[in-house]
Design a protein around this ligand. Structure first.
Ligand SMILES: C[S@@+](CC[C@H](N)C(=O)[O-])C[C@H]1O[C@@H](n2cnc3c(N)ncnc32)[C@H](O)[C@@H]1O
Length: 440
């Protein structure tokens, strides 16, 4: 049985020409609404079609709003202003299924208390800062155009219930647009909106698809509207997701207010918190300068497939091992960078790099442990809500697990090599009985 609110939404959507085939929205534990297969859905079947006329875009925002706003306000900011200022009731059925302020507060770090936000992992903190800057610019422009408190909210009897345009309402609307829009690239939007980020649209019902990293219906836009096509067989009762993109959990947390508990093949862990201080400790910041000049400062990641660190991490580790001076070694490092990671003698210095990386992983494990303890302590002083703290703690436990996994793989690699070395040594012993060790 669908709840009344959903039924209203589906009736509203049907009037807009939205067609659902073999799927329907349902409440799902821990993730608000989501789409569920009502029968077996075959790969290649179109499960949802949303015609262009059902979209909320810059073109559907009344001119009284869009023209009043400064040209510099993002389309994101304009759509958010429309969400708050619209008093026509035209979108009431759609608005009724949007997450509540409490839902948003639980997941979106932008709404968390500072003490919790300070404990976010580096990529999440950086993303949050960018988000805050964009939001502030939009809010300042909307406030300047309409004035805080513009419009009166009325209750069922038509009595005023308070101010309409408040910062908290605008922030909520802005976060909703942030987490529920689709890229909407048409010849017109391409011609009139130079920034890709401005070519966005809100879609009724389609905004109830949840995210999965490893699968999901394919979304496509044509002149008549959006369509969503099943990427595989979904059995009756299965959740039918889409993919929001190749996002690591830190990005999902800041942009969408959740992390995937498992199966996020795009997930990665930043080592910046532990590696950047090491890189910054050289005399006169020579190492930092070199890395900045080469465009390799920060964003040092590891993931399940590259426990030895991404290319940027490799560049940083190699530079750190050259030390402050070491001109000859530095030349080799520059060759490595300029060659795009080609290494003529990969074995040279490998052991030191792995040792250094293991040190970083151990430091990261310690940081995760300390952060988890701090979150627990904040809980005792009631900082933030339990949902906020649980979400943050979940992210740090994921980091702890990924770091442990990477360290294990590296150590196993070392053991295997040591094993090989021992074998090699035995072979050599046979050939050259006087030599005690093959290497080291
Ligand atoms: C486009 S909406 C999807 C519909 C949403 N669940 C709802 O109730 O309105 C995006 C939001 O859904 C939630 N969400 C999406 N995918 C999720 C997932 N795999 N696990 C948990 N929450 C998810 C997040 O709150 C996100 O901000």
């Amino acid at each position: 049985m669908q709840d009344e609110t959903l039924q209203d939404l589906l009736r509203y959507a049907a009037r807009q020409g939205v067609q659902l085939t073999g799927i329907t929205p349902r409440r799902l534990p821990g993730r608000g609404y989501g789409m569920v297969a009502t029968c077996d859905v075959l790969e290649g079947e179109t499960v949802l079609a949303v015609p262009t006329r059902a979209l909320r875009t810059l073109a559907t925002v009344p001119k009284a709003i869009s023209r009043t706003l400064d040209r510099d306000v993002s389309v994101h900011g304009i759509l958010a202003a429309h969400l708050v200022l619209d008093d026509t009731g035209d979108y009431a059925a759609w608005d009724a299924v949007l997450p509540t302020p409490d839902d948003l507060e639980a997941g979106m770090p932008l709404l968390w208390p500072t003490k919790l936000r300070e404990l976010l992992p580096t990529p999440a903190r950086n993303a949050l800062q960018r988000q805050q800057t964009k939001l502030n610019a939009d809010w300042e422009a909307v406030k300047a155009a309409f004035g805080e408190g513009k419009g009166k909210e009325t209750n069922g009897d038509g009595n005023d219930t308070g101010e309409k345009l408040t910062k908290s309402k605008y922030v909520r609307a802005w976060l909703l647009v942030n987490s529920r829009t689709f890229y909407y690239t048409t010849p017109r939007s391409e011609a009139t909106l130079p920034s890709h980020d401005d070519r966005i649209a809100m879609q009724p019902v389609a905004d109830l698809f949840n995210h999965a990293a490893d699968r999901g219906c394919k979304a496509a836009y044509a002149a008549q509207g959006f369509s969503f096509v099943a990427d595989r067989l979904y059995k009756e009762g299965d959740e039918v997701p889409i993919s929001y993109g190749a996002h690591a959990n830190d990005a999902l947390l800041v942009e969408y207010g959740f992390v995937l508990a498992d199966n996020n093949r795009w997930d990665e862990v930043s080592l910046d918190a532990v590696l950047v201080p090491k890189l910054s400790s050289s005399p006169q910041d020579i190492i930092r300068e070199d890395l900045e000049t080469a465009g390799f400062w920060g964003n040092y990641m590891i993931d399940a497939a590259t426990p030895g660190g991404c290319y940027r991490t490799q560049v940083a580790l190699r530079r750190l091992l050259c030390g402050g001076t070491g001109a000859a070694k530095r030349t080799v490092w520059l060759q490595f960078v300029e060659g795009g990671g080609d290494d003529e003698d990969e074995e040279e210095g490998k052991e030191e790099r792995e040792e250094l990386l293991l040190e970083c992983l151990d430091d990261m494990a310690e940081l995760a442990h300390k952060t988890l303890t701090k979150i627990e302590r904040l809980g005792k002083s009631n900082v933030g809500t339990e949902s906020q703290r649980n979400l943050l703690a979940l992210r740090w436990r994921q980091i702890e697990a990924m770091v442990a996994q990477a360290a294990k793989k590296l150590r196993e690699g070392e053991d295997e090599e040591e094993g090989d070395d021992r074998k090699e040594a035995k072979e050599e012993k046979k050939e050259k009985p006087k030599k005690k060790e093959a290497r080291k």
